[in-house]
Design a protein around this ligand. Structure first.
Ligand code: NAG
Ligand code: NAG
Ligand code: NAG
Ligand code: NAG
Ligand code: NAG
Length: 485
């Protein structure tokens, strides 16, 4: 049954996993991160040389992906060098990665692999990583490198929090003024249409979906200069103060704008899902504005600004549904009783532990699918081994029926950008995000901290060998330190 499930998943998301699933490979198993579902080595197992010069990957006979599968072929090409040293060697999206972690080198420098049997499949289908490219601009190369390391960790969703209050780096073909006026620098700090395509294709070849987030109606200050009339003018007494608040939900032009923008975005990003944000809407600006207050009265909303937020979100959701897209929203949209389609995914982020556990229960009790990020804000750092905290999380550890637990589709590690740019992104992410990756991939019983430490430390050394500037877990060394030492 596990094998059947693995097979199905491999066809859907991990086409390259297939040959590995069925592989019988020679010696005791090496450490693999994240830990496979089933890994064993026969007591009398042998070892098998992996001769670099003659070694080739190929899809097994009878595998569902035949020769000529572009994703697989590209993965074969990538993993060869990863296997056989920096210029040399190996593996796949998911199966190739496992294989690459099993290959060792004997005292004579010969590559080999111990006989090992692996059956593997992910515990949760949605294993995401959020990058924030608004608070700091991340160069394209940093995003692509992150996608590489995500694939090494078997993450399969890149949540691109592409715009927010501080800057609007997305170059829109429908509304070019948004980035012209809203990017930190409209020439150098933007993602062109071609950059976006590069990210999507690079991710696809690594078995990673790209879900873009265009967060509204809050978190939109950078949209204002390029979209006159979109944001709510805040008032100081009887006059506009010159400051702007969330998107203005009471004018028709807002919905015309939003329709055209999301028409573009849903065509540019092929994934079925868009992330629509909806978090942290500040009501004080709406409250200050006399036209908004008059609208509230007319609609019978009283003083309840959540109702106004719902009014906006419901129209937005209708627009996005009509574009044949599914949507993910931050938890406030659920908390504020916005009417949602039953297939909406609720993204749980508020960090207080007692509350997020209850929130997971509430969301799933209402029948919605849930994504967990609350305990995985990796932008937060502390002295010591803080990967352990992320590792200890059990996403299904809330009160609820098995049906409720089945609604948890996974989670996302988040790297918000207030204090993170290209200089510290990689060491802050890796190997810490690996803790989240294993929690979302491996069997829930895989929780032994000492074993995890050993494997994660070894995996981190592997990352250094692949040129990833991953920070240390604790005291120790790698055979090959970063930079070739
Ligand atoms: C292969 O198995 C031997 C014996 O258990 C072990 O010492 C060695 O580290 C293993 N090598 C790899 C690459 O897994
Ligand atoms: C390494 O090479 C030596 C000398 O040729 C040989 O005796 C030894 O068996 C080799 N080791 C392995 C693991 O093949
Ligand atoms: C806004 O649109 C609604 C419905 O389409 C329409 O009834 C209303 O008159 C419009 N308001 C303005 C100010 O154009
Ligand atoms: C969960 O739902 C209960 C009952 O509706 C409510 O009292 C509680 O505040 C909710 N908890 C959270 C964290 O949303
Ligand atoms: C997880 O591991 C437990 C204990 O080894 C096992 O009973 C269970 O079947 C495993 N779950 C899956 C989905 O393989």
């Amino acid at each position: 049954m596990a094998a059947a499930r693995a097979l199905r998943l491999s066809v859907l998301r991990l086409p390259v996993l297939l040959p590995l699933l069925l592989a019988l490979l020679p010696g005791p198993a090496g450490a693999v991160w994240p830990q496979p579902q089933v890994q064993s080595s026969p007591p009398s197992g042998g070892r098998c040389p992996v001769p670099a010069r003659r070694f080739r990957f190929a899809a097994a006979d009878g595998s569902a992906v035949g020769p000529g599968c572009a994703v697989l072929d590209a993965a074969f090409q990538r993993y060869w060098p990863l296997l056989f040293g920096r210029k040399g060697a190996v593996c796949f999206p998911a199966g190739l990665e496992t294989f690459s972690q099993l290959v060792g080198r004997d005292e004579n420098g010969t590559y080999y692999i111990n006989e090992t049997e692996i059956v593997d499949f992910p515990r949760f289908p949605h294993r995401g990583l959020l990058l924030d490219t608004s608070r700091h601009y991340l160069p394209l190369r940093a995003i692509l490198e992150t996608l590489d390391v995500m694939a090494y960790n078997k993450f399969n969703v890149f949540h691109w929090h592409i715009v927010d209050d501080p800057s609007f780096p997305y170059e829109s073909s429908t509304f070019p003024e948004l980035s012209k006026q809203g990017a930190f620098n409209a020439m150098t700090h933007v993602y062109t249409a071609s950059d976006v395509q590069t990210v999507i294709e690079y991710a696809r070849l690594r078995g990673i979906r790209v879900i873009a987030e265009f967060d509204t109606p809050g978190h939109t200050l950078s949209w204002g200069p390029g979209a006159p009339g979109l944001l709510t003018p805040c008032y100081m007494g009887k006059a506009p103060s010159g400051v702007y608040g969330p998107i203005n939900p009471i004018v028709n032009s807002t919905y015309q704008f939003v329709t055209r923008l999301f028409q573009e975005v849903s065509a540019v990003f092929p994934d079925f899902f868009l992330h629509l944000g909806g978090d942290e809407v500040d009501f004080t600006c709406w409250q200050s504005n006399p036209e908004i207050r008059a609208f509230m009265t007319k609609r019978g909303f009283g003083e309840d600004y959540k109702k106004l937020e719902s009014f906006y979100i419901q129209r937005l959701l209708d627009i996005v549904s009509s574009l044949d897209k599914g949507y993910i929203v931050w938890q406030e949209v659920f908390d504020n009783d916005v009417k949602l389609r039953p297939d909406t995914i609720i993204h749980v982020w508020k960090e207080n532990r007692l509350e997020y556990v209850k929130e997971m229960a509430n969301v799933t009790r209402s029948g919605y699918r849930a994504l967990l990020s609350a305990p995985w804000y990796l932008n937060r750092i502390s002295y010591g081994q803080d990967w352990i905290e992320a590792y200890r999380v059990e996403p299904l550890n809330f009160e609820g029926s098995p049906e409720q637990k089945a609604l948890v589709i996974g989670g996302e590690a988040c790297m918000w950008g207030e204090y993170v740019d290209v200089t510290n992104l990689t060491p802050r992410l890796w190997p810490r995000a690996g803790a989240v990756a294993e929690r979302l991939w491996s069997n829930e019983t895989v929780r032994d901290l000492e074993d995890a430490y050993t494997r994660l430390a070894e995996f981190r050394c592997t990352l250094l060998g692949r040129g990833v500037q991953a920070q240390p877990l604790y005291i120790g060394y790698c055979d090959h330190e970063f930079g070739g030492a």
